[in-house]
Design a protein around this ligand. Sequence first.
Ligand code: HEM
Ligand code: HEM
Length: 179
Amino acid sequence: MLKNTTDSYGLIARLFHWIIFVMVISIIIGGNIAADMPSGPDKSQLIGMHKSLGFTILVLVVLRLLWRFTNPRPRDLGTSRIENKLGHAMHIFLYILLLSQPTIGILMSQSFGHPVYPFDLFKVPTFVNDNIRLGKMLLEIHETLWVVLAISVGFHAAAALKHHFIEKNRTLMRMILGK
Ligand code: HEM
Ligand code: HEM
């Protein structure tokens, strides 16, 4: 089934989840590799790929949210109301990070005077003019938010594994197989 039901994740929601998962892990690893490289053509090429991947993540997350709001949400399987509420809060927080990190990346590049050309196909509209001070501030936020994102994903994945191995419910399998 493509769409969610009240007790299953449809194929589209699962594809969004796991494709974005792979992309986010890759961009975090790639971003750190690029940051440690000496300036030169190799670094520029890797940062170019980073920007294209990050822009794609932003587009996919927006599409994923549109899909989510037009689909039923599978019912909660947590052991208590508070656990379910914490789970929802974490999901909202993850969505906020998934939207803000690439947006800040784009604004940072623009304020350093580097327009963003995803896959060399088109230019992302310019929202901020050259402003090195703003760029440095956004870079600091970009360098902090990925750590917050990585830690949050760690808690989120640990919660999913707890559901699977300790509570032995279908939370994780529902995100892998649907039901
Ligand atoms: C979910 C999306 C993104 C994640 C998780 C992410 C993550 C990262 C990470 C981990 C680094 C290395 C930071 C460090 O040195 O500590 C980095 C650097 C960087 N990111 Fe992103 N990024 C994302 C999206 C973007 C986007 C969309 C752009 C611009 C279009 C961008 C532009 C940059 C640039 C220019 C750097 C290099 C900064 C430097 O010169 O060291 N990022 N990013
Ligand atoms: C970059 C990494 C990840 C991100 C950004 C992420 C994000 C999310 C988000 C936003 C949701 C809420 C889906 C909705 O709209 O209903 C979700 C659900 C879920 N995620 Fe992840 N996730 C990541 C990695 C993982 C990993 C590694 C696992 C498993 C070990 C996992 C297991 C699950 C499960 C089981 C659900 C469904 C929870 C429920 O039904 O209440 N996720 N994830």
